[in-house]
Design a protein around this ligand. Sequence first.
Ligand code: ZN
Length: 221
Amino acid sequence: MRLYLVLLGPPGAGKGTQTHRLCAGLGLFRVATGDLLRRIAQEAHPLAARVRSVLEAGRLVDDATVWEVVSHYLDRAAETYEGVVLDGYPRSLAQADQLEDYLTRRGQMERLWCVLLDLPETVAVRRLAGRRICPRCERIYNVDRVPPDGRCEVCATPLIQRADDTEAIIQKRFQVYWEQTAPLVQYYETRGRLVRLDADQPEDQIFECLAGYVRSWLTHG
Ligand SMILES: [Zn+2]
């Protein structure tokens, strides 16, 4: 594997969209904890039964099990993919250490990069509060791109505002984000593995910039 990309960013920075574009456009594999837990539960893997019972009970999967699942898919991605995007992992310093141990053992720590999609809170709140989503095909529209008739361009369903996109809830999400992410930003900055990218620009420009970094890391990594 040539690249392990950790993508960090506040709500509204476009992390989800950029991750999907990187995977579709540059052939990276997305490592998203929730998806992988649901996926392993369907597979014939020794972990499947354990994960299934926790998920069915609606309980939180413990850190050790999450890591077993994440590392299983990292190993597997290494057989076919040039790189992975870690989406929502690590979420704590303990998890960051786990990932670092894994990469160090494989001599791959210098292939890890962390990109922070940097966005001032005021801009993010404005962006999120103005966001509309299609309840049918789940396409997301930003304030400046909502069609004049308020309907989805793809399926003509009237757009709605997501319940967690209201200002009070957005501020709460921000608080959680900073508590969780600020230490990780510092963690990767200290190690010289952090790149800050200004996310206060149009989605396409962010993608061009991000894709530029990714291409160079895939080439030189
Ligand atoms: Zn739609």
